[in-house]
Design a protein around this ligand. Structure first.
Ligand SMILES: Cc1cc2nc3c(=O)[nH]c(=O)nc-3n(C[C@H](O)[C@H](O)[C@H](O)COP(=O)(O)O)c2cc1C
Length: 129
């Protein structure tokens, strides 16, 4: 019987093509705390199933968010987020390849604008506008 040789790899499937995407947007209407909590709860559930992690901030009529995960999953989620009518004037800071996650323990976590700016300084001026 022939032996099948396998090549050991140090990369797991989940690490392939990890990307991160950041954006800012404007709220179309003021969000009640409950509505925001519901959005985050749904995001946590769906992101968990897509292997996506990240952070969201909602301050001064603006959202800012960083999502990270496999490129195909990020593309899928980004298409949903872009067409969501609860926000508008969506401005993406682009997508970049990453070696490892910054928010590995958070499927989605609500943070304040100050914290968000420390995670991605490019978001700082856009959040403050
Ligand atoms: C500011 C903002 C951030 C959002 N973030 C997420 C998220 O991280 N994960 C998620 O599943 N949905 C998120 N959503 C909701 C999606 O836009 C969308 O409603 C949901 O994923 C369902 O997608 P579908 O309508 O394509 O089925 C967000 C919505 C808004 C307005």
């Amino acid at each position: 019987m022939a032996l099948i040789k396998t090549t050991p790899t140090t990369r797991s499937i989940d690490d392939v093509d990890l990307v991160s995407l950041s954006y800012v947007s404007e709220l179309c209407h003021p969000f009640e705390t409950l509505e925001l909590m519901q959005l985050v709860d749904l995001a946590i559930a769906r992101n968990g199933s897509l292997n996506i992690t990240g952070v969201l901030s909602c301050e001064s009529n603006r959202f800012s968010q960083i999502i990270e995960g496999p490129a195909s999953a990020i593309e899928l989620l980004w298409n949903s987020i872009k067409k969501d009518e609860r926000h508008c004037n969506i401005f993406s800071l682009g997508i970049k390849k990453i070696k490892q996650r910054s928010f590995a323990n958070w499927s989605m976590r609500l943070i304040d604008g100050k914290q968000m700016a420390t995670f991605d300084p490019k978001l700082k001026s856009l959040i403050a506008k």
